[in-house]
Write a new protein. Structure first.
Length: 106
């Protein structure tokens, strides 16, 4: 899934976001998605890469926790900050949603 709806590309040189099927077997739809801000240090370093996080989503769709699963330490905080602002569709219970964010300076 890309950042297309409502993305703020001016804040990010280039970022692509993918939210895979949740661990519970059901994919929760993202109803509000915020693009990550590209960290100034990463821009200066011309750093690109993929950050993988695991979002814990409450039944009402609020992101409760975001745990880093891999990626550059310079990019991880920006990815976590963005995912905390996301809103998922409501569901019957809490779920774990894997997310990948690709950073590419342009």
């Amino acid at each position: 899934m890309g950042i297309a709806p409502g993305k703020t590309q001016s804040q990010v040189s280039s970022a692509e976001v993918r939210s895979d099927e949740g661990h519970s077997g059901e994919k929760r739809r993202i109803v509000r998605q915020t693009a990550p801000s590209y960290p100034p240090l990463a821009k200066r370093m011309n750093l690109s890469g993929t950050v993988r996080v695991l979002a814990t989503v409450e039944p009402d769709g609020t992101v409760k926790a975001v745990r880093p699963m891999g990626g550059s330490p310079v990019l991880i905080q920006a990815a976590q900050d963005a995912v905390y602002k996301w809103k998922y569709a409501a569901a019957g219970g809490e779920s774990k949603e894997p997310v990948e964010i690709h950073f590419n300076p342009q």
